[in-house]
Design a protein around this ligand. Structure first.
Ligand code: GAF
Length: 398
């Protein structure tokens, strides 16, 4: 499969750039098992890299040009700029993620003495909330490592991706997506405390169950502005609580501590947002314990509770995600289901008995199509490795 994609990209590279690539790269997408909208609140997250993602073939240049081509956005053709040029491309241009990432990497003192050519192709469904943007950012990180021979720690690639998102694109995301894509390993999820940045790899052993990804296929609008609104609301909650508590983030509070101090938050909307951040952090810690102990039933219940909280308190769900998650929760043998990622469309996940997957997809698909007017898509999630250099092109194609 990979060889096929790289063979195709190798041909396109030659057609578009009239030269040959030297190296092949892959950067995955991610799902988040639980711990949603906690990463910019100093809480815990539990994401995993998946086997779908962004493929790339590239080569260093001797001049300072960067030339980019994506088979997913053929209408933009080749995008070309000087590697030192920081001017933003028009809003929505995919290459802004590349530029933003290069700027962030340079900010860490990395020197780019020359440019590069890169052809990419992603198989993450567009606007699915499986983090195609972080996948691209980390792709640029591993391309830079290889083609500029940068000896940078992986965490710097991760931080650069987040910085590109926050400072260049203008969405105040946390670090979960880039971290999952930077540090992912096959069959393991990452239990990360975003307050301390201490993390642990946790084997995802699901026995007779699989994680099914359910895509709403809803065109996503306003995600960025709504996302930034949630960031502000939870920051406001922290300011209110700081009148009496010595905290910097909501992730520092247990739900009992929060309950005792919640009178300090007078705005009912802000109160609900904060309650989600605090309770979701606790659910995440408990969920990891249950998964590690092999208690999938309790793990699944926490997935359901997470969805409820994201719907009622955090208001980042919507009729499409609710229909998928709530219909999934009622299917035979299903242990739990919830939206995954930022929300407002995108994907949900469900813990489904392997032998029930076909029935599950048929039933949930039918209910969703009847209610929403178009069909969802389903994929069985496979947890894969983080962003990496795949190899020298001639070896990859051999
Ligand atoms: C998006 C963001 F990029 C993440 O940082 C995280 O906040 C997530 O939404 C919600 O949990 O994917």
């Amino acid at each position: 499969m990979d060889t096929q994609v790289f063979t195709k990209l190798n041909t396109i590279f030659k057609e578009q750039f009239n030269t040959t690539p030297t190296d092949a790269f892959f950067s995955p997408g991610r799902i988040n098992l639980i711990g949603e909208h906690t990463d910019y609140n100093g809480g815990h997250v539990f994401p995993a890299a998946i086997t779908i993602g962004t493929y790339g073939v590239g080569a260093a240049r001797s001049d300072k040009l960067v030339r980019l081509y994506s088979t997913n956005f053929t209408e933009t053709g080749i995008i070309e700029f000087d590697i030192d040029d920081t001017t933003k491309l028009p809003h929505g241009n995919w290459a802004n993620f590349v530029k933003g990432d290069l700027i962030a990497l340079r900010g860490y003192g990395n020197k780019f003495e020359h440019g590069f050519d890169l052809v990419i192709e992603g198989n993450i469904p567009s606007a699915s909330g499986l983090s195609s943007s972080s996948s691209l950012e980390l792709m640029i990180g591993v391309v830079a490592q290889r083609l500029f021979n940068l000896k940078v720690p992986r965490l710097q690639l991760v931080a650069s991706g987040k910085q590109a998102e926050n400072e260049y694109i203008g969405v105040n995301t946390g670090i979960m997506d880039q971290f999952a894509i930077g540090f992912g390993e096959a069959n393991q999820a990452i239990y990360l405390d975003t307050n301390t940045m201490v993390y642990e790899m946790v084997p995802v052993e699901l026995g007779d169950y699989v994680v099914v990804i359910m895509n709403t296929n809803k065109p996503r609008n306003l995600v960025d502005s709504k996302y930034n609104e949630r960031v502000k609301e939870t920051q406001e909650a922290v300011y209110c609580l700081q009148k009496e508590l010595k905290i910097n983030t909501l992730g520092e509070l247990t739900s009992a501590e929060f309950a005792a101090a919640q009178h300090l938050i007078t705005n009912p909307t802000v109160l609900k947002r904060a309650r989600h951040a605090v309770t979701e952090n606790e659910r995440t810690q408990a969920a990891v314990k249950y998964l590690t102990a092999g208690n999938l039933v309790e793990f699944g219940k926490l997935l359901n509770a997470s969805h409820q909280s994201l719907k009622d308190d955090y208001a980042v769900s919507g009729v499409e995600l609710d229909t998928l998650a709530e219909t999934a929760q009622q299917q035979p043998g299903v242990l739990g289901a919830r939206m995954t990622g930022a929300g407002f469309g995108g994907c949900a996940i469900a813990l489904v008995p392997r032998e029930q997957v076909a029935n599950f997809e048929a039933n949930v698909g039918q209910v969703y199509t009847d209610k929403i007017g178009y069909a969802p898509s389903f994929y069985v999630a496979e947890i894969g490795d983080g962003a990496h250099w795949v190899g020298a092109i001639e070896e990859v194609l051999a």
